[in-house]
Design a protein around this ligand. Structure first.
Ligand SMILES: Nc1nc2c(ncn2[C@@H]2O[C@H](COP(=O)(O)OP(=O)(O)O)[C@@H](O)[C@H]2O)c(=O)[nH]1
Ligand SMILES: [Mg+2]
Length: 251
């Protein structure tokens, strides 16, 4: 099924050591993969190239000449997925903090619910789920998520989980047209673009957004997001909130 199949984007920046080819193998049976080498300076290019070569047309690599950040790597990857005729596209962090079977379960939720446009993993710590997140990151995450939820005016629990699937349509394509203004809170910016509609394209209805509580998620060590990054994400969120308020007032 070369066309109209799901295509998952995996942004990779200096992931040569973390990339677990065996684990990624589990994804390839159910979707195509587009591995985005985000201007890595380690052996990532060779590692991803070898993985792609072993999987024929199911796996390909998009190489960005210089490091552009996760937001731009994801945007470039999803635009390429749309250009290649994907029926659904999404993104997944290369560290597989969201395990492959959970990423595929999210895709299943989207595919079996035609009314949905977007399915996002939600890291809800609860009995019966294995959500392993350090205390500090959990609470910082809750504060950020509360701000994001206020900005969007929707009860979204977790905007930042690195596992999301989108149905490909005009609204998604338009939302990916321009680079994101926020490198650190681009997930929120993308949601805002979908909910507001851009370039006159019809917005996505809030009811078409779905959060699926994950059964498993783990904080994989060596996160590249620093305390400084979190502060910038919070600043970006505040700025986005002001700009969105102004735009709404003009409408
Ligand atoms: N930090 C960072 N991550 C990037 C960049 N470009 C792509 N990524 C990818 O974004 C994903 C999230 O990064 P990670 O270090 O796991 O951050 P975490 O969200 O704190 O766990 C990984 O797949 C990275 O390889 C970049 O320029 N900086
Ligand atoms: Mg991570």
């Amino acid at each position: 099924m070369p066309f109209a199949s799901p295509l998952l984007v995996v942004p990779c920046f200096n992931e040569a050591k973390r990339f677990d080819a065996g684990a990624f193998q589990a994804l390839v049976t159910d979707c195509r993969l587009l591995l985005v080498d985000d201007g890595s300076t380690d052996e990532t290019g060779a590692v991803l190239g070898a993985f792609a070569a072993a999987h024929g047309e199911r796996v390909s690599v998009l190489t960005l000449a210089r490091n552009s950040g996760k937001a731009e790597a994801v945007r470039q990857g999803m635009r390429e997925a749309i250009a290649r005729g994907a029926s659904e596209t999404g993104y997944l962090d290369a560290d597989l903090a969201t395990p492959p079977d959970e990423a595929l379960r999210l895709l299943g939720v989207l595919r079996s619910n035609p009314a949905l446009s977007l399915v996002m993993g939600a890291r809800v710590a609860r009995m019966g789920a294995r959500i392993e997140r350090s205390g500090v990151r959990h609470y910082l995450g809750r504060v950020f998520a509360t701000g994001a939820s206020m900005l969007l005016g929707l009860p979204i629990y977790d905007t930042q989980c690195g596992a999301k699937w989108f149905r490909v349509n005009e609204t998604l394509a338009a939302a990916l047209d321009e680079p994101f203004e926020s490198a650190w809170a681009f997930d929120v910016e993308l949601l805002a673009r979908l909910l507001d509609g851009v370039h006159g394209v019809a917005p996505v209805a809030p009811a078409a957004l779905h959060e699926e509580p994950l059964r498993a998620w783990r904080d994989v060590g060596a996160s590249k997001v620093t305390a400084g990054g979190m502060v910038r994400a919070a600043t970006d969120l505040a700025r986005m909130s002001v700009l969105r308020g102004r735009r709404a007032a003009r409408r």
